[in-house]
Design a protein around this ligand. Structure first.
Ligand SMILES: [Zn+2]
Length: 236
């Protein structure tokens, strides 16, 4: 299979520094967290609202979105492959022995659940243990996008000026892909030629090299292969 979903998920599992952040707190804090989750997550899990953390979380959205896209491509490619052998495989095997079929087709089944998303939990348990309250926020893509907007709004308030930069939202990612003609600007692979190709948005100057600004000029479309080899080169 061409799709890199497995490597991609492994990437994000490594990224997922603290999969489950739990804060044991009073009932009041837990109740407040329910009302204003982002404010309380920042306060109690020590996430600063500054440009660095904005860029970091934008990158999380970017990478998790690529994974979601990769999952869809993986499933579509798997279905296409199974469809292509459909007439040659007895129905009973299709129904009862999908795992064997996957093995024979060279598809390695693996977990594509959402467990790689970080989550933040506020937990109150009374001293006797008979009363409790909890507030759990999973940082999936839609929640992360909201969180990015939240950080941006806090920065804006602090600076009392309008943010000059754009946020790395789904809209912006789509805009960059459209601008680049749904092609990898590095190797030229295109969605037109490979319908299941995983295209990702890359910062030309990465965040850790001072390229925190999310400006269209600093963004480009890369296929997952080129993006992987770029990050390998940067790390090594
Ligand atoms: Zn490429």
């Amino acid at each position: 299979m061409k799709v890199s979903i497995k490597e991609n998920i492994q990437d994000c599992n490594e990224l997922n520094l603290q999969a489950d952040n739990i804060y044991n707190c009073s009932r009041q804090v837990c109740a407040n967290a329910r009302n204003q989750p982002f404010k309380y997550i920042c306060k109690y899990f020590k996430i600063s609202c500054n440009e660095d953390s904005l860029a970091f979380h934008e990158d999380l959205v970017n990478r998790f979105s690529a994974i979601e896209q990769g999952k869809k491509s993986y499933i579509a490619e798997r279905e296409a492959l199974i469809k292509s052998v459909h007439t040659e495989v007895p129905t009973l095997i299709m129904l009862f022995s999908m795992n064997r079929l996957y093995r024979e087709l060279g598809i390695r089944p693996f977990d594509i659940e959402d467990k790689y998303y970080p989550s933040y939990r506020f937990l109150y348990v009374s001293s006797g243990g008979n009363s409790s309250l909890e507030c759990t926020v999973d940082f999936d893509v839609p929640t992360l996008e909201k969180f990015v907007h939240y950080i941006a709004s806090v920065i804006e308030k602090k600076n009392s000026m309008v943010c000059q930069r754009q946020l790395m939202t789904n809209n912006l990612r789509e805009q960059i892909k459209r601008r680049d003609g749904y092609k990898c600007v590095c190797c030229g692979a295109s969605l037109e030629d490979e319908p299941h190709l995983l295209l990702e948005i890359d910062r030309i100057i990465p965040v850790f090299k001072g390229g925190g600004k999310t400006l269209p000029e600093n963004l480009q479309t890369l296929c997952w292969r080129c993006n992987r080899s770029k990050s390998d080169k940067l790390v090594n």
